[in-house]
Design a protein around this ligand. Structure first.
Ligand code: URA
Length: 283
């Protein structure tokens, strides 16, 4: 088994199968996705006509997939009850210190010194982001976990290994024309989802990172990133499958790698999202 095959197996993409009930796409996006992805993205012996092969899911699998997705969609991304009250307070603090003209070194320092919310007190270090500061690609996750808190780099744990494989599937290597960041720069205790006030406090840092990088395309990994950047409470199921706009930059939503580890059946949908990202980048 060569490296590519191993990577595609890890992603549950070898051999390739497609959903029978793919989400509806707008005509322009549909045309883009219908295009063949670059040859190197597809495993050598897999062509679109292989769809519906022996490895395609049966109706029972599709039912389970839907149930799993419903469970995920039902999962709250913020605990509004405990965060809502502090939102106005945080916004006032942020309004007092705009980041509009802040360059990379000062921005990094500001994140290191940040005490806008209580997370900093409970984490080992801040996790700013990593990669090419002029990258075409930007991948945005939720928040550091235990491994990231220890290393200071985003996505270095199990979910990070899957993200690296997802990147490799579209011929991207960490550090090369890609930047990886999170909405939240400090690890929430017990890896809970961040509260709305914590997101409000931290989001300006990510927004400034995006303004400095000026990526050609953003991939939002999971609901926290998608909701924060698109300012919506819509579900991932609703948001994925189309190209959104973040201040003039195309943004594509897909599942968070940690969710894909828990629900490997969804990896095929993530693959579809990555193909949409590649097609959008080529437009
Ligand atoms: N999950 C995230 O959202 N970000 C990380 O950096 C690690 C895990």
């Amino acid at each position: 088994m060569d490296r590519r095959e191993a990577m595609l197996r890890e992603l549950n993409l070898y051999p390739l199968w497609v959903q029978r009930h793919a989400p509806e796409l707008t005509p322009s996006v549909e045309a883009a996705v219908a295009e063949e992805p670059p040859a190197e993205v597809l495993p050598p012996d897999v062509q679109p006509s292989n769809a519906g092969s022996a490895s395609a899911p049966d109706d029972a699998t599709l039912r389970v997939e839907t149930e799993v997705e419903d469970l995920f969609v039902a999962e709250p991304y913020v605990q509004r009850d405990s965060g809502e009250d502090s939102l106005r307070e945080f916004q006032l603090k942020i309004a007092g210190g705009p980041l509009a003209d802040v360059a990379w070194p000062e921005l990094k320092q500001k994140v290191r010194d940040c005490e806008l919310c209580a997370l900093r007190a409970g984490c080992t270090q801040t996790v700013f982001g990593v990669g090419d500061e002029q990258a075409d690609w930007l991948f945005v996750g939720e928040a550091p976990g235990e491994d990231e808190d220890a290393s200071g780099e985003p996505f270095v744990g199990q979910a990070g290994r899957l993200l690296d494989n997802m990147l490799m599937a579209i011929s991207i290597k960490r550090g090369d024309n890609v930047y990886i960041a999170n909405v939240i720069k400090c690890r929430p205790e017990e890896d809970r989802h961040p509260h709305v006030g914590e997101i409000a406090a931290c989001l300006p840092y990510l927004k400034r990172q995006i303004a400095l990088i000026q990526p050609k395309l953003i991939v939002a990994l999971g609901k926290t990133a998608a909701s924060a950047l698109l300012d919506t409470d819509a579900t991932i199921a609703t948001l994925r499958g189309s190209v959104h706009d973040y201040n003039g930059i195309p943004l594509i939503v897909t599942y968070h790698p940690a969710y894909l580890l828990r629900s490997p059946m969804e990896k095929a949908k993530a693959w579809q999202d990555l193909r949409l990202a590649v097609a959008t980048m080529r437009l």
